[in-house]
Design a binder for this molecule. Structure first.
Ligand code: XUL
Length: 529
């Protein structure tokens, strides 16, 4: 077959908290095959619950690293069963839960370099890990966070340099805890990987570099110079830490060709390219093809906002990361009151029907005659605040109760206004090319999307091609990096989406004042420390 007409496919993985997923896409970026391993169910011998193990110490949450290796053996076999022809895969990449760390014992890189195609990975790498992997759900490092912030000149300075204040789940404080409480593990560790770079290592047969985007979730990387921050490293380990981490690389990097193990065992081409793996949120941004000035809106249990940014401001809340694609930076904002809160109040106001709820909305006008509401059924992360409910009338006076139709609109408008206000706090600027790209369960609700279109004064598009944006993003990144390296244009590279909601001409006049009112309201609600 001549080179141009040979079938080309791309493989993506997502090492998420509860499962490992894989997807093969073609040149149109259409899904060809998928496979999935659920840790608790398929690998019960590791005794995980939800993919993790809760430790004896308060807030400790880890995952047995070998579980992920064994899951890869399994998912590869499932891809074989699904009929994947590995010889058509031009490039592969992956996404992984952010912040978790992998502790490679001394001598591990040599084992990675000499994998035999006759055996499973997990039997050959069984003795490679110095400790279980602390994961993003761990919250046991509050003291380490304080120490890190102090060493770098305070929380604002740490946020300016690394893109985030110190967070318990971020890798820097996790490393500091290991250094402090288990010095022998630290000393015996050859290299420290993120879950993403660890997973990439399994494909390249050497310790893969940390990519800049996922590396921004460590509180250790200077996101401006794109180098490790000396003071932060010193605060979290000793003089060997920089070499344990290795130099970070841009996310759109081909790390190397796939290692011979996969050629022998599965029939991959020996020149199949392995593109640096990255964090799941970074990968989701890639799946939505977000450019600077675009907003990715994932409407799930909680609402996550992904923003493409031209430059990096010091974020008061949320996180700024080096961008995984063309936008130089990205922001990540996670609002804990999302779909669950919307549903609770729908049920309270009209029962379990979105149709009935949307009828209520239709009975009100945009701007809700000045009635506003903030609904936190659960403690909120952005801003950090306790659960509560605050209602106001048009004059800014607190209201105890509103008629159901006003409550319905106050809830949704309040959420959309909060998303825009906090996006702007991160340095996000709307421009004429801006758009909101919505995903997730609630993105089918066009009444909700119309409110987002008006509040952001920008059209809303829906990405419904695939439910799992991080997984699809992994395969798309493999395709895009391969395409730019080889100079080959791929048919899937131009997303074909059409807007599902567009703003009314008076949207900015109605909602701009509400943004100011929202900022005033949140100044006065009880904050968590
Ligand atoms: C992001 C975070 C989570 C994990 C989940 O900061 O901690 O979204 O990436 O996999």
């Amino acid at each position: 077959m001549i080179e141009e007409t040979r079938k080309k496919t791309f493989l993506g993985f997502d090492f998420s908290t509860q499962r490992l997923k894989a997807v093969v896409i073609d040149e149109d970026y259409a899904v060809q095959q998928e496979a999935d391993v659920e840790f608790d169910v398929d690998l019960p011998e590791f005794r995980t619950a939800g993919g993790v193990v809760r430790g004896e110490g308060r807030g400790e949450v880890t995952a047995p690293t070998l579980l992920w290796v064994k899951a890869l053996d399994m998912v590869m076999d499932r891809l074989v069963v699904a009929g994947v022809d590995f010889s058509t895969i031009e490039a592969l990449s992956g996404a992984a839960q952010q912040h978790g760390s992998v502790w490679w014992l001394k001598g591990s890189e040599a084992k990675l370099a000499s994998l035999s195609g006759d055996q499973f990975l997990h039997t050959q790498l069984a003795t490679c890990f110095a400790a279980d992997s602390p994961v993003w759900m761990d919250s046991s490092t509050t003291a380490d966070c304080k120490a890190l912030e102090e060493a770098v000149g305070g929380p604002e300075e740490l946020a300016r340099v690394t893109g985030s204040r110190a967070y318990e789940r971020f890798t820097g404080s996790q490393i500091r805890k290991m250094f402090r409480t288990r010095p022998r593990v630290y000393q015996n560790t050859e290299r420290i990987s993120l879950v993403s770079s660890f997973a990439c290592s399994l494909f390249v047969g050497k310790i893969a570099p940390i990519d800049l985007s996922d590396g921004s979730g460590m509180n250790l990387l200077d996101i401006h110079t794109k180098k490790w921050h000396e003071q932060a490293l010193q605060a979290c380990g000793d003089e060997t830490l920089a070499s344990k981490l290795g130099d970070p690389v841009p996310t759109a990097t081909v790390v190397s060709a796939i290692c011979p193990y996969y050629v022998q065992r599965y029939g991959f081409r020996s020149d199949c390219k392995v593109v640096a793996f990255t964090g799941d949120n970074c990968s989701a941004l890639a799946a939505l093809r977000l450019r600077s000035g675009w907003v990715g809106l994932s409407l799930g249990t909680s609402d996550t906002l992904l923003l493409g940014l031209h430059s990096a401001a010091a974020p008061p809340a949320g996180h700024i990361l080096v961008g995984p694609t063309s936008a130089p930076y990205m922001a990540l904002l996670c609002f804990s009151n999302g779909s669950l809160t919307r549903q609770n109040h729908r049920d309270r106001l009209v029962g379990p029907s979105w149709e009935a709820f949307n009828d209520l909305l239709q009975a009100t006008v945009r701007g809700n005659m000045g009635y506003m509401g903030i609904y936190y059924d659960t403690a909120e992360i952005v801003p950090r605040a306790a659960a509560g409910r605050w209602l106001q009338d048009a004059g800014g006076r607190p209201a105890d109760k509103l008629a159901p139709q006003f409550e319905a609109r106050a809830l949704l408008e309040g959420q959309a206004v909060a998303r825009r206000a906090h996006a702007e706090d991160m340095g996000f600027v709307l421009d004429p090319s801006s758009r909101v790209v919505a995903t997730g369960g609630a993105s089918v609700n066009t009444a909700l999307l119309q409110i987002f279109a008006d509040v952001f004064n920008t059209p809303v598009y829906v990405q419904d091609q695939h439910a799992n944006a991080a997984l699809l993003g992994a395969a798309i990144r493999a395709a895009e990096v391969w395409s730019s390296e080889t100079g080959t244009k791929l048919t899937g590279s131009e997303p074909t989406m059409s807007p599902v909601a567009s703003p009314y001409p008076d949207a900015e006049r109605i909602y701009k004042p509400m943004l100011d009112r929202y900022r005033k309201i949140i100044e006065n609600i009880p904050r968590l420390g």
